[in-house]
Write a protein that binds this ligand. Structure first.
Ligand code: SF4
Length: 96
C-alpha cells in the first residue's frame, strides 16, 4: 500500500524546535505554538499534546500540509511515522 494511504501519526521533538511557526502556518489544525514559544501537535479535541514524543493521528485531508511542514521545518524536528510498524516515513529519520 502506498505510504499516503496508510494511517500515520506525527510528533514534534521540542528540543530542536526553533519556534518559527512554519508548521502552524501550514497545518494549523495539527500544529500550534504554545506560550513557551515551541510547537506542539494538536488532537481533534483541540488540545496540545505536551509530553515528549506524544503523537496525534495525521488527518488524511491534511497529509500534504503536514508532510510539507516536516520537509520545511528548519529544526528538522517533525516526525511522521506509520502506525502499523512505527517506521518514520517523513522527517529526519525517514529512509530516502
Ligand atoms: S516548523 Fe519545526 S522548528 Fe518551526 S515551529 Fe514548527 S516544529 Fe518548530
Amino acid at each position: 500500500m502506498p505510504v499516503n494511504q496508510e494511517a500515520l501519526e506525527v510528533w514534534i521533538d521540542q528540543e530542536l524546535c526553533t519556534g518559527d511557526g512554519i508548521c502552524a502556518q501550514y497545518a494549523p489544525d495539527v500544529f500550534e505554538l504554545d506560550i513557551d514559544g515551541l510547537a506542539y501537535v494538536k488532537g481533534e479535541d483541540d488540545e496540545l499534546r505536551q509530553l515528549p514524543g506524544q503523537t496525534v493521528p495525521v488527518p488524511l485531508p491534511l497529509l500534504t500540509d503536514v508532510v510539507e511542514s516536516a520537509k520545511d521545518c528548519p529544526g528538522e524536528c517533525i516526525h511522521i511515522r506509520r502506525l502499523s510498524d512505527g517506521a518514520e516515513v517523513y522527517g529526519p529519520a525517514a529512509q530516502a
